[in-house]
Design a protein around this ligand. Structure first.
Ligand SMILES: Nc1ncnc2c1ncn2[C@@H]1O[C@H](COP(=O)(O)OP(=O)(O)OP(=O)(O)O)[C@@H](O)[C@H]1O
Ligand SMILES: [Mg+2]
Length: 414
């Protein structure tokens, strides 16, 4: 498995997601703006010809015309919107499997079309990084990039459609469509996402993902997890170097403390983010939730003391999971999350080690899985979403350290 379309070109290629002077201009809620936003809005899109040269020759992706994608999404109809991020809106579209040209809804294959908000150089950089990274990787736990469109000021990406949407929706959206994910499905998703991240960290790919969070974990019909969004991905350190220095980018609540404070990026920053997501799955709480009582806004800070005491972990566990997990299973996941969240980055496990632990847990809980398939999902309690519990958006985090977890030593628990 892996790099299906030849070696990646590093030298001479654009520096995907490189630290730049311009930050991505904000999403709908405006929370993605950084201090550099005024410059972002004045930045013009690089000329098309240069962009095309920057796209790696080996990327095995199709080039779509804007009119084709317009037709595939029925003129970007609002009712075909799958979701919205800082990059832009994502639409469901339909294309013919063979010709890849637009076709009627329900015929051909469904695709997800992401359309960049036409503002800023950072957006263009992320679009380019996505094409260059995702266009070359081939792994069952990475979402497939089918193609892209670069035409005048338009920048679009075409992905395989993931029928169950994001993990974020399944964990935090309330409503009849979104049943709470069972324990076993959460473990399956955790393992799939861990495998995707382990592949990115492998000697073959050698990439730091930098944006691991629940909205970037997409789910297939059978809840197989695939990572999407490589706009912030960076090549890992080479030679003697232990880290890559970057402008701090990411999403509050997920970024590792040492990355927030120094800008030094290592694969261990991704492990920290994995720990945050594991904790979100365990608790059913968002990484940052201003809607919670004082002292509970930051999930990691709130949960950490409970995770260190085996008998207290039940205070963290999602009440909707009651009766679905074994004591050993819950403790294993709590301990694993704690290890990933270790303040000392070097003490965090590798993604390979994380995959091994999750695989062992899955193997040993086959019997429980059978029980779960007999129907243990319950109706989610009706809790209305409020504005203040909106998801954290990816953005430049540079120079704003106060929301990051404090850096202090912690006892390694295993
Ligand atoms: N390939 C896909 N198939 C199905 N749904 C998708 C696909 N890609 C994205 N989506 C949906 O669109 C939403 C928006 O995705 P997008 O990556 O643009 O933003 P985000 O990850 O939510 O936020 P941010 O921009 O901060 O990273 C996702 O949360 C998901 O629900
Ligand atoms: Mg995303």
């Amino acid at each position: 498995m892996g790099n299906c379309w030849g070696a990646r070109i590093k030298d001479g290629s654009p520096h995907p997601g490189a630290s730049g002077m311009f930050s991505k201009s904000g999403g709908k809620d405006g929370s993605r703006l950084s201090g550099c936003s005024s410059r972002a809005s004045s930045a013009s899109m690089p000329p098309t010809t240069k962009t095309e040269c920057e796209i790696l020759q080996s990327a095995n992706v199709k080039v779509f015309s804007f009119s084709n994608l317009k037709a595939a999404t029925r003129n970007f109809r609002p009712d075909s919107v799958l979701g919205e991020g800082g990059f832009g809106s994502v639409y469901k579209g339909w294309i013919d499997e063979n010709t890849l040209s637009a076709c009627r809804p329900g015929t051909g294959i469904a695709v997800a079309v992401k359309r960049l908000n036409q503002e800023g150089l950072q957006g263009h950089r992320e679009w380019l990084a996505e094409v260059n990274y995702l266009g070359q990787f081939c792994h069952p736990n990475l979402v497939k990039l089918i193609g892209y469109c670069v035409e005048d000021e338009h920048r679009l990406l075409v992905y395989e459609f993931m029928p169950r949407g994001s993990l974020e929706n399944h964990l935090f959206r309330r409503g009849s469509y979104f049943q709470p994910l069972s324990w076993n499905l959460r473990m399956k998703v955790a393992l799939g996402a861990a495998k995707g991240l382990a592949y990115l960290h492998s000697a073959e790919a050698k990439v730091i993902y930098r944006d691991f969070k629940t909205s970037n974990i997409l789910l297939d019909t059978d809840y197989s997890a695939k990572l999407s969004d490589f706009g912030l991905a960076k090549d890992g350190p080479v030679g003697e170097k232990s880290h890559v220095s970057t402008r701090v980018m990411g999403t509050y609540g997920y970024a590792a403390p040492e990355y927030l404070s120094t800008g030094h990026l290592t694969a261990k920053s991704d492990i920290y983010s994995f720990g945050v997501v594991l904790l979100e799955m365990l608790s059913g709480r968002r990484a940052i939730d201003k809607n919670r009582p004082q002292g509970e806004h930051n999930l990691v800070e709130w949960a950490r003391p409970y995770l260190t005491h085996k008998r207290k972990i039940f205070r963290v566990l999602d009440t909707r999971l009651e009766g679905q997990y074994s004591l050993r299973g819950a403790q294993t996941i709590a301990t694993l999350a704690l290890e990933c969240l270790c303040y000392d980055a070097k003490m965090r496990p590798s993604m390979d080690a994380v995959v091994t632990i999750l695989e062992e847990l899955q193997d040993s809980s086959e019997a429980e899985k059978n029980q779960e398939s007999k129907g243990s999902t319950k109706q989610a309690p009706a809790i209305s979403a409020s504005k203040s519990s909106r998801k954290p958006r990816r953005k430049s985090l540079g120079g704003t350290k106060e929301t990051g977890p404090k850096s202090r030593p912690v006892v390694h628990s295993r």
